[in-house]
Design a binder for this molecule. Structure first.
Ligand code: HEC
Length: 117
């Protein structure tokens, strides 16, 4: 009777470890990758040289503003199809998380305020 309970507990614990491993492997946002994506897919327009498009670099905004830009339907969400049109790259959720991490870390009040030239 209690062997069964022990086995059951063991299985539950094992499943928990598995889930933790899979979740952490999947997607800790990576600022270094985000920087590369940003330069390649965002700065092509947001470089300050393209008419009607605001120049954007990490330290232009504070962390909250970047987070909002990524949540807002009108900012980054609207640029995802623009990126596709301009560079042919279809950004994934993960790519966007990486870009967000790069921008938030580099925000004016972030860990490492960053300009990108
Ligand atoms: C094809 C050109 C193009 C690309 C590529 C592009 N954007 Fe944009 N972006 C725009 C335009 C146009 C606007 C709208 C400007 C406006 O409303 O005045 C805009 C607006 C924004 C805004 C709102 C800025 C503001 O001041 O209102 C943010 C934030 C933004 N883009 C982020 C990004 C990010 C992040 C990427 C890369 C994933 C990206 N954009 C790629 C053209 C582009």
């Amino acid at each position: 009777m209690w062997t069964k309970t022990v086995i059951r507990l063991f299985c539950i614990a094992l499943a928990g470890v598995w889930i933790a491993v899979i979740a952490s492997a999947a997607s800790a946002p990576n600022a270094r990758k985000g920087k590369a994506y940003f330069k390649k897919n965002c700065r092509v327009c947001h470089d300050g040289k393209t008419e009607g498009i605001p120049a954007l670099q990490p330290s232009d905004l504070i962390m909250d503003q970047w987070d909002k830009a990524f949540e807002d339907e009108e900012d980054v969400a609207e640029c995802v199809p623009r990126v596709k049109e301009k560079t042919g790259v279809e950004l994934t959720e993960q790519d966007l998380l990486d870009i967000q991490k790069y921008l938030v870390d580099g925000a004016a009040d972030g860990e490492r305020p960053m300009t990108c030239g």
